[in-house]
Design a protein around this ligand. Structure first.
Ligand code: PLP
Length: 459
């Protein structure tokens, strides 16, 4: 359903709640401004209603979580049934049965499906924890502390994850409590080439740049040099950068990383927390890159609405962890929460429906085409894969324009459209809607963007 706005945005109740929350919550958490935020009350499918009764269309899926649409009936039922029976178990001591079913299912849909044997899982409460389990696994497996990661990458904000985050301002305030075990390498970005080439971005999606992907040789060199100078246990990479601005690398990038990992006997860790579970139009992004990792980190669309994530690795790698002798080396109070496992099992069943990937690919292509057809000079580059769609907002000289991107988000909010900005410069309009979005809603959003940029509500 298209938006229905009944009050000024934010409405009076949202304003009242914002004023109270700002008194009691750490002031660094929620962003408060005269025109921000709205408080969510309920949601269904593609729509969110705020506490003032306004209906919005959600182009974020709540940070790419609500893949099947908000409050999907099957996931609701799974959580409700499980909560009536058993809400909480003792994850690493006396688990619930559905923890076994989920770990088995994750193995079946990843490493077993790829013909790479059994996958073993550590369940986590949050994406960054899954990344940190991967980092710990890398050390236990190789005895090497070093990690190669990529500029612009986002892996969450725990202290382990901060070591490997490619957006430095998240890390800088905490440097005194961090150790330096990781090395950043440029991520190929055809629109803002880290090696100064300009040919790549002209082609659709930048998957086939016409600069002969010269960045790849430079990246390979930098990685090889790093491996020669410090002990490296793994390369950690996002298949496409999500929070980094929907950056899709040239098609050979991941094949090259796989080759390097095989040559130097280091682990390849894919962070598919954002891209996994059909977000890019295949169950996992690696299914379309034709490259398989040794460890995969999953979250967000895994449950499509319950805080649960997973680090899944090939059994022989995960078996670097010692057999538990009664104290797990990595666990949490809520590990393998039964409601989370039930939500994940229900969500995975929905993800395995045959037509879903094709639907995501078709809608994503439509969305990118519509954005390009607007032919707006302020939109410098439209890119993405599936329903991971980014539009770079630029100044006339081509430099990033985060202020304009934010203005668009604020105008859209007033019109009942939930947008987000992303990218390392904050100038990318970042769209990750639920998969039940329809062409009508996509067209509506594009028309609004046209109005803001062409007819002057955003200058
Ligand atoms: C690729 C990627 N990895 C890890 C994370 C961190 O996940 P969480 O916020 O659940 O800790 C995110 C979150 O956006 C992400 O996009």
């Amino acid at each position: 359903m298209l938006p229905e706005i009944r009050t000024p945005i934010p409405g009076p109740r949202s304003r009242e709640l914002a004023s109270s929350l700002s008194k009691y919550e750490n002031r660094n958490v929620t962003y408060f401004a005269a025109d921000f935020p709205i408080f969510w009350d309920r949601a269904s499918g593609i729509n969110v209603w705020d506490v003032d009764g306004n209906r919005f269309v959600d182009f974020t899926a709540g940070f790419a979580v609500a893949a099947h649409g908000h409050t999907h009936q099957a996931i609701q039922d799974a959580i409700a049934n499980q909560s009536a029976r058993l809400m909480h178990a003792m994850g690493d001591v006396h688990p619930a049965e559905n923890k076994l079913r989920l770990c088995q299912r994750l193995s079946e849909i990843t490493f077993e499906r790829w013909g790479l044997g059994v996958g073993k899982t550590t369940l986590c409460n949050s994406g960054f924890e899954a990344v940190e389990v991967a980092l710990k696994t890398s050390l236990l497996h190789s005895g090497k502390a070093g990690v190669i990661y990529f500029s612009g990458g986002y892996h969450g904000l725990g202290y382990g994850a901060l070591e490997v985050i490619g957006i430095p301002w998240f890390r800088e305030p905490f440097l005194l409590q961090l150790r330096d075990f990781a090395t950043a390498i440029p991520y190929p970005n055809c629109f803002r080439c880290p090696f100064g080439r300009t040919e790549g971005y002209r082609l659709e999606g930048s998957r086939f740049p016409n600069c002969a992907s010269s960045c790849l040789a430079a990246i390979e060199d930098q990685i090889a040099q790093t491996i020669r100078t410090r002990p490296i246990g793994c390369i950690l990479v996002e298949p496409c950068q999500g929070r980094g601005g929907e950056v899709v690398p040239p098609i050979d990038f991941h094949r090259m990383l796989r080759q390097i990992c095989d040559t130097y006997k280091i682990l390849l860790v894919w962070d598919e927390i954002y891209t996994g579970f059909n977000r890019t139009g295949t169950l996992f992004a690696c299914d379309q890159f034709g490259v398989y990792p040794d460890i995969i980190c999953l979250g967000k669309g895994l449950t499509a609405g319950f805080p649960l994530a997973a680090c899944v690795g090939r059994a022989e790698i995960m078996d670097a962890w010692p057999l538990s002798a009664g104290e797990a080396l990595h666990t949490t109070t809520f590990l393998g929460n039964p409601m989370g496992c039930a939500a994940a099992l229900a969500s995975i069943d929905l993800h395995l429906e045959k037509a879903l990937g094709t639907r995501v690919q078709t809608l994503g292509r439509q969305f990118r085409d519509r954005l390009k057809e607007l032919a707006l000079p302020a939109i410098g580059h439209v890119r993405g894969l599936g329903l991971l769609v980014g539009a770079e907002i630029i100044r006339p000289d081509g430099s990033p324009d985060p202020a304009k991107a934010l203005q668009i988000v604020l105008c859209a909010l007033k019109d009942g459209l939930l947008f987000l900005t992303g990218g390392t410069n904050g100038n990318v309009l970042s769209f990750t809607p639920p998969f039940c979005i329809e062409t009508e809603e996509i067209d509506y959003a594009c028309k609004k963007i046209y109005q803001y940029l062409r007819l002057g509500s955003v200058s």
